[in-house]
Design a protein. Structure first.
Length: 411
């Protein structure tokens, strides 16, 4: 990593790109088949064993799709399996975890103010937590709680809330959110690899042997597939959240992450109900908006509370951030807390170019990026990563006061 920084940067980009491509394929297939399953019609005259059918038009042609309750009477010659989209998504995601968070554990994974451990121990905890997640989830799904879909979902939500809090006690804030996403994504892929695919193979083996397949295999696989469907949107949020410090770098980040799962459930419930022709409901969207409002409110509660954060959204062209004693102090602060990375020639080992082309070499540079500095290091703790340069709360407050005073002066 440190010997070939440019190559490592491109490797990071390639792995991230591959992960996004694989995820698009998996999510698209998952959403399509859930919608297809819920939208099946049951006209008269369907063959025995057929649960429903649907006619679709796309790409200039018509498709006639039928679903069998358990399995068709005979095994077709050509059968398409859907598994590699899921496997590729997890494999590329884990590769990205290795390239960014494991290889750069000192910078991105470990925050000594939260848990002072060696990078190797932090990596071991990370991997163990992913295995732990699948084991606990699978045990719950095999327990008597699985007889009630609602009860099972509530119990699983409790586990997710506990893990959201737990990760924030182990890793740097950005890494904590990413790990909660990886924790959930591991469960989803393991559902495919450990339950859905094996059950489908058992069904096919029964058909080849001339036996009637056990309907329980399909019921179990469908339940896990439905879980995957409801977990997809929160995972996407968690993976993208690393770009939004007000989500991951505030005191109630674990609660924000937990509430995101409820938003995902509301949105998927709406679309699943729509595809099942149960009517169009307004309340899921109202609930999602209400929860999102709560998330925004929670993001303002931290040890660096401010009363004028709304001004951050105003145009900055006419604001005068440069000049005055506060600016001099902020410039000096950034000089020994941030400039080792945010400079034309970064001094931090392994960083080949200025992160996101944000440089603090001159006063004009600092004034130009005042809003980003305020959000990333003033009212949140996103920067420095894992607080690697030990920025103090009083210094963050200095940044927040500098920005907000400049906003007030503009009025």
């Amino acid at each position: 990593m440190t010997d070939y920084p440019i190559l490592w940067e491109w490797l990071t980009f390639a792995v991230r790109w591959a992960h996004v491509i694989a995820a698009i394929g998996w999510i698209g297939a998952s959403f399509y088949f859930i919608a297809l399953d819920l939208g099946l019609r049951k006209p008269d005259g369907l063959p025995e064993g057929v649960r429903g059918e649907e006619w679709q038009v796309h790409g200039g042609g018509f498709y006639h799709v039928r679903k069998y309750t358990v399995a068709p009477p005979g095994l077709p010659e050509h059968l398409i399996w859907f598994k590699w989209d899921s496997y590729a998504t997890w494999l590329t995601g884990f590769a990205m975890m290795c390239v960014i968070y494991y290889a750069g554990a000192e910078l991105y994974l470990v925050d000594t103010a939260i848990l002072d451990v060696a990078p190797g121990i932090a990596i071991a905890i990370s991997i163990a937590s992913l295995v732990f997640g699948w084991v606990v989830y699978d045990l719950i799904c095999r327990s008597p709680a699985s007889k009630s879909d609602t009860g099972l979902m509530l119990l699983l939500f409790v586990v997710l809330v506990a893990m959201a809090w737990g990760y924030t006690q182990l890793f740097a804030a950005r890494a904590a959110f990413l790990h909660l996403g990886a924790f959930t994504a591991t469960i989803m892929t393991a559902n495919v690899a450990m339950i859905i695919m094996p059950n489908q193979r058992k069904t096919i083996a029964a058909l080849k042997a001339g036996r009637e397949p056990d309907p329980a295999y399909g019921i179990q696989a469908k339940q896990r597939s439905l879980h995957n469907n409801y977990l997809t949107l929160p995972v996407i949020f968690l993976m993208l959240s690393t770009h939004h410090p007000l989500a991951f770098a505030t005191d109630y980040n674990w609660l924000i992450a937990s509430l995101v799962f409820l938003i995902g459930v509301c949105i998927r419930y709406y679309f699943n109900s729509y595809h099942a022709q149960k009517g169009v409901f307004v309340w899921p969207w109202l609930a999602a908006l209400g929860i999102f409002g709560m998330i925004i409110w929670l993001s303002t509660f931290n040890s660096l509370q401010t009363t004028d954060t709304a001004q951050a959204d105003q145009p900055l062209e006419e604001m005068r951030f440069a000049g005055g004693p506060d600016f001099d102090k902020v410039q000096e602060l950034l000089g020994y807390r941030c400039v080792m990375c945010h400079t034309a020639e970064p001094l931090w080992e392994g960083i080949a170019s200025t992160p996101k082309d944000v440089s603090f070499d001159t006063g004009r540079d600092i004034a130009r990026h005042a809003r980003e500095i305020y959000l990333q290091a003033g009212i949140s703790r996103a920067m420095p990563p894992a607080n690697i340069t030990y920025m103090e709360d009083s210094e963050r407050q200095l940044i927040a006061d500098w920005y907000e005073n400049a906003v007030l002066e503009r009025k």
